[in-house]
Design a protein around this ligand. Structure first.
Ligand SMILES: NC(=O)c1ccc[n+]([C@@H]2O[C@H](COP(=O)([O-])OP(=O)(O)OC[C@H]3O[C@@H](n4cnc5c(N)ncnc54)[C@H](OP(=O)(O)O)[C@@H]3O)[C@@H](O)[C@H]2O)c1
Length: 254
C-alpha cells in the first residue's frame, strides 16, 4: 500500500499499536477511521484529532461488525484499506481447564474469528476499489511460542496462515494482503507490558513500521528488525534456542 492517500479503517485502534498507527497514517495524509469498543476513548480521539472519524465496533460480535461496516462504508465509500488490529492476549494455565477455557474461547473469537468476519464484511467493497489492502496483524509469537499464552500464540499462527492463504486467492486482483508481525511492544496488551524493558517502545515500533511501508509498499510481511529473532528461528536452525531465550525472559513464567 502507498503510505498516503488511502482511506483506512482500523478496528482496534482506541489504544496501543492501533492508535499510534492511526495517528501516524493520519499525519501522512490518509483518511483514518478509528474503531473499538470504548466509547469514551472514541469520543476523546475524535475531539483531539479533527479529521479522524470514529466508529464503535465489537469485533467479537458478528452483528456489531455488520453494523459498523455499514456505517463505515456509507460515510467512506472510497475506503481502500482494512487493518484487522483488534486483539487480546491472556495468560493461561493449561493444567487447569476451568481457569482457561472461557478465556481461550474469547481469544479465538476476537483474534481469529474477528479478522475473518471483518474481511468477509469488507472484501466485496475492497475488490471494487482500484487499489486495496487488507493489513492483518499476527505476532512474533506466531513463529515461536510464549509458554504463558498458548491460545494467543495459536491465534496468531492462524492469522499468519490465513494471510498467506488469502493472498494466494487475491493474487490476480487489486487486493493486497500485508501481514504486520509485531515483536513485544510497550502497550496495555498484557498487564505490566507498557513498562517492560523487554518490549519495544511504541513510538519506535510504529516509526519503523511506517518507514517499512514507505520503502516497501508491496511487502507481504512487515517485520521490524526486533521481530526477526522470533520470525526466522526455524529458518536459521536455532528455533530451540529462540524458544528457550524467549521463555527465560518471560515475566509471566507459567
Ligand atoms: N503489543 C505487543 O507486544 C504485540 C505484539 C504482537 C502483536 N500484537 C497485536 O497488536 C494488536 C494491537 O494490540 P496492542 O498491543 O496495541 O494492545 P492494546 O493497547 O490492548 O490494544 C488492543 C486494541 O484492540 C481493541 N480491541 C480488543 N478487543 C476488541 C473487540 N472485541 N472489539 C473491538 N476492538 C477490540 C482495543 O479497543 P477497545 O478495548 O476499545 O475495544 C484496543 O484498541 C493486537 O492484535 C495484538 O495481538 C501486539
Amino acid at each position: 500500500m502507498d503510505i498516503s492517500g488511502n482511506t483506512v479503517f482500523i478496528p482496534g485502534s482506541t489504544s496501543g499499536i492501533g492508535l499510534a498507527l492511526a495517528l501516524e497514517l493520519h499525519a501522512k495524509g490518509n483518511t483514518v477511521i478509528v474503531g473499538g469498543r470504548r466509547a469514551e476513548l472514541l469520543e476523546r480521539i475524535a475531539a483531539e484529532h479533527p479529521g479522524i472519524d470514529t466508529v464503535r465496533i465489537d469485533t467479537a460480535d458478528a452483528a456489531s461488525i455488520a453494523s459498523a461496516a455499514e456505517q463505515v462504508l456509507a460515510r467512506h465509500p472510497d475506503l481502500n484499506v482494512l487493518v484487522t488490529m483488534a486483539g487480546i492476549m491472556r495468560v493461561e494455565d493449561w493444567h487447569r481447564p476451568e481457569s482457561f477455557l472461557a478465556s481461550a474461547e474469547e481469544v479465538v473469537t476476537t483474534n481469529v474469528l474477528g479478522p475473518i468476519r471483518l474481511i468477509a464484511a469488507f472484501v466485496e467493497h475492497l475488490r471494487a476499489q482500484p487499489d486495496a489492502t487488507i493489513v492483518t496483524v499476527s505476532s512474533g509469537l506466531a513463529f515461536a511460542p510464549l509458554r504463558a499464552t498458548p491460545s494467543y500464540n495459536a491465534s496468531k499462527a492462524a492469522i499468519h496462515m490465513l494471510s498467506e492463504s488469502i493472498r494466494l486467492q487475491f493474487a490476480d486482483t487489486n487486493v493486497k494482503v500485508m501481514e504486520l508481525e509485531p515483536p513485544s511492544v510497550r502497550t496495555a496488551l498484557l498487564p505490566g507490558q507498557e513498562s517492560s524493558d523487554f518490549a519495544m517502545p511504541l513510538e519506535e515500533f510504529v516509526a519503523e513500521v511506517v518507514e517499512l511501508i514507505e520503502t516497501r509498499p508491496d511487502a507481504r510481511e512487515i517485520q521490524v528488525e526486533r521481530v526477526k529473532f522470533l520470525r526466522y528461528g526455524e529458518a536459521r536452525g536455532d528455533y530451540d534456542q529462540v524458544v528457550a531465550t524467549l521463555n527465560a525472559a518471560d515475566p509471566h513464567g507459567k
